[in-house]
Design a protein around this ligand. Structure first.
Ligand SMILES: [Zn+2]
Ligand SMILES: [Zn+2]
Length: 367
């Protein structure tokens, strides 16, 4: 089942041309591979592009509105996007508007390009997140080939204009009533062919490297937070500035504490007598040291007592969290003979108190 095009772009079926364009623009920004390196982004970007291609074309939209996806299939009008270059060459002018630079191959090879941002997942234990830590990262990334300086072919190689596309980098195909231009399969959109590729990078112009980096993780970080290392993403091309590296933190859960933002929660069980009389408790804090907790007499089961600033340290603008202790009162399920007697004694005194209260109440109400 294919998702409805209107749903993909999150627009009404009655959306005007300008709304469709704006919706696609939003999606393109969100899933653009330069901005979003999550593995699903490319598929979502392709999906949105396909939806835009159909809905921005009145004829295709009319067929889609009436007959759905099957209608377009029957007319041979379905255009799946094989790769990103297809999209960029198809909507070239649109992307020039959107991103302020042409993502078409021709302009790609011409000017400096900003390097891609990278994401790196860093796993931390709860203790590391509590104390802060310095970590070594081994980041796989692409760098410009030193041998060919990113051209992909040796300096002295013969460069010829591609005969398939005549140097345009795109070929025009007819599909039904439509002509579509796609990336030239012979030259990969470069518009030119060379007699031999660079031996080092096999024509890609880039090489994979592992970069060792250190990152300081501040105390108090939480799962999903990101640390940005400026300029540590991929190298730019032809003098373009490098991208950034986003270190995405994966913080393990604590076996002792439940975390809610910067607050930490634990449960403490006490017995009925302790609840009635109050008790002084020792509670293990996140640093491992024992903390003093005064449980007041008459505490009820489920009541929460707080230890100020004993939770996670604050990061950035966040405040230092508290340690929240939930008190659970355990009622004994088995009593010795002695205990039973004591409880019976106790019960009497409690009843007397209660009945004297209710007597007063009755008097007051004139009953
Ligand atoms: Zn090379
Ligand atoms: Zn070509």
């Amino acid at each position: 089942m294919k998702t409805c095009y209107y749903q993909i772009l999150e627009i009404d079926r009655s959306a005007q041309e300008s709304e469709i364009k704006a919706a696609y623009r939003k999606k393109a920004f969100e899933y653009h591979p330069d901005r979003n390196t999550s593995p699903k982004a490319e598929d979502l970007f392709k999906e949105a592009s396909e939806a835009y291609e159909v809905l921005s074309d009145p004829q295709k939209r009319a067929i889609y509105d009436q007959y759905g996806h099957e209608g377009l299939d029957r007319q041979g009008m379905h255009h799946g996007y094989g790769n990103m270059n297809d999209i960029f060459s198809h909507f070239g002018d649109l992307f020039e508007d959107f991103f302020g630079m042409g993502r078409r191959q021709r302009s790609r090879s011409a000017g400096p390009r900003h390097g891609r941002d990278l994401h790196y997942e860093l796993s931390l234990s709860f203790e590391e997140a509590y104390q802060g830590v310095e970590k070594e990262l081994r980041v796989p990334r692409q760098k410009t080939c030193h041998l060919c300086e990113g051209r992909g072919y040796p300096k002295d190689a013969q460069v010829k204009t591609c005969s398939t596309c005549g140097g345009r980098g795109q070929v025009v195909q007819s599909q039904g009533f439509f002509t579509l231009s796609t990336t030239c399969p012979s030259c990969g959109g470069q518009g030119q062919t060379v007699e031999k590729s660079c031996e080092e990078c096999l024509g890609r112009g880039r090489l994979q490297e592992i970069k060792n980096l250190k990152v300081k993780v501040p105390a108090g970080v939480d799962h999903g937070m990101q640390i940005c290392l400026r300029g540590e993403g991929e190298e730019g091309r032809l003098g373009g500035s490098p991208g950034d590296l986003y270190v995405v933190l994966r913080v393990a859960e604590s076996k002792d504490f439940r975390r809610e933002g910067q607050d930490l929660w634990i449960k403490k069980t006490i017995n009925v007598a302790q609840a009635a009389l109050g008790i002084h408790l020792k509670v293990k804090g996140p640093s491992g040291e024992d903390l003093d907790l005064e449980v007041p007499p008459g505490v009820q089961s489920g009541e929460v007592l707080g230890l100020k600033k004993q939770g996670m340290p604050g990061v950035g603008r966040e405040k230092h969290g508290d340690l929240k202790v939930e008190i659970l009162v355990k009622v004994p399920s088995r009593l010795s003979k002695k205990q039973k007697e004591l409880f019976k004694e106790l019960e009497k005194t409690l009843e007397e108190k209660d009945s004297s209260l209710s007597k007063k109440l009755k008097n007051k109400l004139g009953l």
